[in-house]
Structures are given as C-alpha cells and as structure tokens.
Design a protein around this ligand. Structure first.
Ligand code: FAD
Ligand code: NAD
Length: 404
C-alpha cells in the first residue's frame, strides 16, 4: 500500500512543532513527510523586535532546519509556496507542484495595514529576519546621514512606532536601550532623538492588566519614549505619518523611520486557497481541520479560534501555534489509523512582554511579575521554545543565558 503523504507548509513554530512530533511518533515507513519552507532556516519570530532594534544579531534569531529534522523521516524542500488549491489538492511552489493526503498549512502572519494609505510603501514591518535587518540598518543610516549633513534635519532622528500592542512595546523596550549606544557611536546628542509611539486605542497594551500597563509605560517614558495615545495613524508619507487627534483634527509627525507594529493577519495565500477565511485566518474546527476539508489542518497565525469562556478570539501567538502543531501531528496519526481526532484546547500559561533585556511585565500562572523576575521568566520561555523543537543542543546553541 502507498504511504500517505503529509505535506507541511511553513517551518515557523506551528509547522516545525508538527514535523518534530510526526518524526517522533511515526516510523520511517508509515508516511512520507514533506516540509516546505521559503528559507533553509527557521527564525524565532518572537525575537524579531531585538534584531530590528539591533540589540541581538540576526543570525542569533535563526537556526538551520536540518538541525532539528531527521532526514530519513522528513524530506525538506526549500521553496516558496505560490498557490494552494485545496479543491484539486495541489500546492504550487517554486520547486514544482506538490500533492498530499494530509496538508498542514502553517504559513504564519503578515503585517496588517488595514488599507491605510502609504503604510505598505513608507513604513517598515517587523516581519522576518531580513525585514528586521532592514529596520536596524535604516536606523543606522539615518544616524550616520545626520552626522554627515551640513544642514542637519533632526527629523531624521525621529522614530515613529505605530501600535502599542505587544510587538510595538517590545520593540520600544529594545530601542530605548539601543538609542544611547547609537548616540555614542554616531556622536549624536541624545536630546536630538525622538521615539514616539502612536496608538489608536485609549490605552497602551489594550486589554492587558492595568497595573502592568502603567509600569511598562512609565519604564519606557523614563528612557525617553513619548506616547501619543488615542490618535490613530491615518496616512504614511515619505516624510512621516498623519495622525487623527480629534473629530476633524489631524497632526503630522515628521520622521525618518516609521515602524508599523499595529497588528497581524494570516498569510495571504489562504485567501485564494478555496478555504473560507477572514483576514486570511481560518476559523478551524475543534480538531484544527479546515471546515469542509477533512484532509487539511491549519495551525498558527493562519488559524482562528474563539475562546468561548471569554467570548473573544484567542490571540495569534507562538504559544498557541506550538501547542497546535503537537495536536495536528497527533490528529493526522489518528486519521491514518482510523481513530477519532482529539479536540484542541489551548493551555495558556501566561503572557510576558519584554521591556528590553533586563526588564519585562507579565502574568504567569495567574501571578503578576515585573522587572528582573519577569525578564528572567521571558528568557526561560524563549529557551523552552527552543528545547521543545530542537532539544538541549539547540538551547545550548541559540539559548539566552544572561538570565540575571
Ligand atoms: P511563523 O512563525 O510566522 O512561521 C511561518 C513560516 O512560514 C516562516 O518560516 C516563513 O518563512 C514561512 N513562509 C511564509 N510564507 C511562505 C511561503 N509563501 N512559502 C514558503 N514558506 C513560507 N507570541 C508569543 O506567544 N510570545 C511572544 O513572546 C511573542 N513575541 C512576538 C514578538 C514579535 C516581534 C512578533 C512579530 C510576534 C510575537 N509573537 C509572540 C507572535 C508569534 O511570533 C506568532 O504568533 C508565531 O510566529 C506564529 O507562528 P506560525 O508558525 O503561525 O508562523
Ligand atoms: P496587536 O493586534 O496585539 O496590537 C496592535 C496595536 O496596534 C493595538 O493596540 C491597536 O489598537 C493598534 N493600532 C491598530 N490600528 C492602529 C492605527 N491605525 N494607528 C495606531 N495604532 C493602531 O498586534 P501585535 O502587537 O503585532 O501582536 C500580534 C500578536 O502577537 C498578538 O496576538 C500578540 O499577543 C502576539 N505577541 C505576543 C507577544 C508576547 O507575548 N510577548 C509579543 C509580541 C506579539
């Protein structure tokens, strides 16, 4: 009998967890497992704010896929997926067409611009390793150009961060620590540099614990970060961003760098796949399958699930993507063996938001943490993710050990 083909698209948290669990639980002859990813490396999306601010080297954020997969059990194809058609069970990639018995879509997130004019052209997005490098290099370019100019334009040294969600705040935490180093490197007086966070909602980190939000905001402000709250960005231009400050009132912030961190959507390939979606996210069945397609699983940021207790969607996080990968693997094996699939129930252990290398805020197992304790916990979480995918050797290679 022909072995079933399990095709996994994307080697982010969800895709890699699916594959490492399949390779652990399946024998060599049980199935042909194929993993397709754009690059031959995985990157820790959850560390991209550090690479973007220049506080962590980009190569520290990524590791080779071959280091965590067993080549006798998983075939890795380095290719970009160009189209998914679940009706004809065909996936078009730059390495040719692929078909499957079971498909796992784990193609991750894209920055959401909500159609706001100019953002796609004039703002940077913390999207992947190369985008992070570009942000870091652009900020360096602005500092060095300012230093060279005879007639200096100080707005070169203004950095606008759109969105005070977890990504925006974590990036600001790194940036606030990095700016004094950049000032020293390029002989720029600190007071010439402005870092402004623009948030549409009336609060920073909307929905998070108010006491922790106050702590985070105060810590960032003490390092010179300015906040413009309740003022949505409505346009980006080559000179900066236009913000709405009142009913019919607007302001313009001139800035040399605009980083857009105001939310995510699923991978746009979902929208032409034949599966119903909203903002490229699929409301999956309880066992993580796509509605009406019994052989298609969706994990990570391309999936959408409602937290029925809280009556609101679960946020797209690495924590959930990893847990989904584990259950998707189990459910595929169950189907192969004619068994019932199991329901996926997220086990949310907590949320920790870093504020630079030595500070953070978080709630872990219901307990509030701030400062070094929270920062320690964040690094433990980061190392645990490496451990779950690649074991102790990956932790030793890429882990964070400056724990105190
Ligand atoms: P991803 O990790 O985005 O992986 C998708 C993979 O698919 C990538 O390897 C990509 O290269 C590949 N791919 C994409 N398109 C194609 C294509 N066309 N062809 C082939 N391959 C393709 N969550 C937390 O739980 N905790 C945190 O602390 C946290 N911090 C974050 C910090 C930042 C700065 C950001 C941006 C996000 C953070 N998140 C955090 C959210 C978390 O990163 C995402 O929820 C998580 O990455 C989703 O995992 P995924 O497997 O769905 O996709
Ligand atoms: P988000 O949706 O959580 O936050 C986006 C923020 O941008 C919101 O506060 C929103 O009000 C604001 N915004 C939207 N439109 C705007 C506009 N026009 N002008 C100004 N502000 C605007 O998105 P995110 O921060 O990118 O996070 C994405 C996902 O990744 C979330 O699920 C988050 O929980 C997760 N994440 C988790 C961590 C962590 O656990 N430490 C870190 C980063 C991201």
């Amino acid at each position: 009998m022909k072995k079933p083909t399990i095709l996994v698209l994307g080697a982010g948290y969800g895709g890699l967890m699916t594959v490492v669990n399949l390779q652990k639980k399946l024998g060599v002859d049980d199935a042909e497992v194929i993993l397709v990813n754009k690059n031959d490396y995985h990157y820790e999306s959850t560390w991209l704010h550090e690479a973007s601010a220049g506080t962590l080297r980009p190569d520290q954020v990524r590791y080779d896929i071959k280091d965590v997969i067993k080549s006798d059990r998983v075939k890795f194809v380095k290719a970009t997926v160009e189209n998914i058609d679940v009706n004809s069970k065909k996936v078009a990639t730059t390495a040719g067409d692929l078909t499957y018995d079971y498909l796992v879509i784990a193609l991750g997130f894209e920055g959401e611009t909500f159609g706001i004019e100019g953002l796609d052209k004039y703002a940077f997005s913390i999207a992947n390793v190369n985008a992070a490098r570009q942000i870091r290099d652009h900020i360096h370019y602005q500092f060095s150009t300012w230093s060279l100019e005879e007639e200096r334009d100080d707005s070169r040294l203004t950095i606008v961060v759109g969105g005070a969600g977890f990504t925006g705040i974590e990036f600001l935490g790194e940036l606030a620590n990095r700016i004094p180093e950049l000032c020293a490197e390029y002989d720029v007086p600190r007071e010439k540099v402005r870092v402004i966070c623009v948030e549409a909602s009336p609060m920073v980190l909307p929905g998070f614990d108010p006491e922790l939000v106050d702590y985070a905001k105060a810590q960032l402000q003490s390092k010179g970060v300015e906040f413009s709250i309740g003022t949505p960005v409505v346009q980006a231009t080559p000179e900066g961003v236009k913000i709405k400050t009142g009913e019919e009132e607007f302001d313009f912030i001139k800035a040399g760098t605009v980083v857009w961190a105001a939310g995510v959507r699923g991978n746009s390939l979902i929208e032409t796949s034949g599966i119903e979606s909203n903002r490229a996210r699929v409301r999956v069945e309880k066992d993580l399958r796509a509605p009406n397609f019994n052989d298609v699983f969706i994990v990570g940021d391309c999936s959408f699930m409602i937290n029925e207790e809280a009556n609101r969607p679960y946020p797209p996080t690495a924590q959930i993507a990893m847990q989904q990968g584990e259950v998707a693997a189990e459910n595929i094996i169950a189907l192969m063996n004619g068994r019932e699939t199991k329901t996926f129930v997220p086990d949310i252990k907590g949320t920790v938001c870093s504020l630079g290398d030595e500070d953070a805020v978080g709630v872990v197992y219901g307990k509030k943490l701030t400062g070094k304790k929270a920062s320690f916990m964040k690094k433990v979480i980061d190392n645990r993710a490496l451990l779950m995918v690649g074991g102790p050797s990956l932790v030793l290679k890429k882990g964070k050990f400056n724990l105190l």
